[in-house]
Design a protein around this ligand. Structure first.
Ligand SMILES: [Zn+2]
Length: 72
């Protein structure tokens, strides 16, 4: 079963949930709020291509799409 990442719009907790044939969003396991939104699986840890040993590369591009620390 595919696992999707969800984010609670109430407390901002991120969690993974097994998505079944249903189309409803799961409840937040933290606060139990149904106000959850599905996140794109683009932020998944899927680094590949770059050879190991390259420590000169920057940790992360500024203003990326993943992990934006923005207070709502
Ligand atoms: Zn929550």
């Amino acid at each position: 079963m595919p696992i999707y990442e969800y984010k609670c719009r109430e407390c901002g907790a991120e969690f993974e949930e097994l998505v079944s044939s249903r189309g409803e969003n799961p409840e937040c396991p933290r606060c139990g709020s149904p106000k959850t939104e599905k996140l794109m699986s683009a932020c998944k840890s899927g680094t590949g291509g770059a050879s190991k040993g390259d420590f000169g590369l920057p940790p992360m591009p500024p203003g990326g799409g993943c992990g934006s620390a923005g207070g709502g």
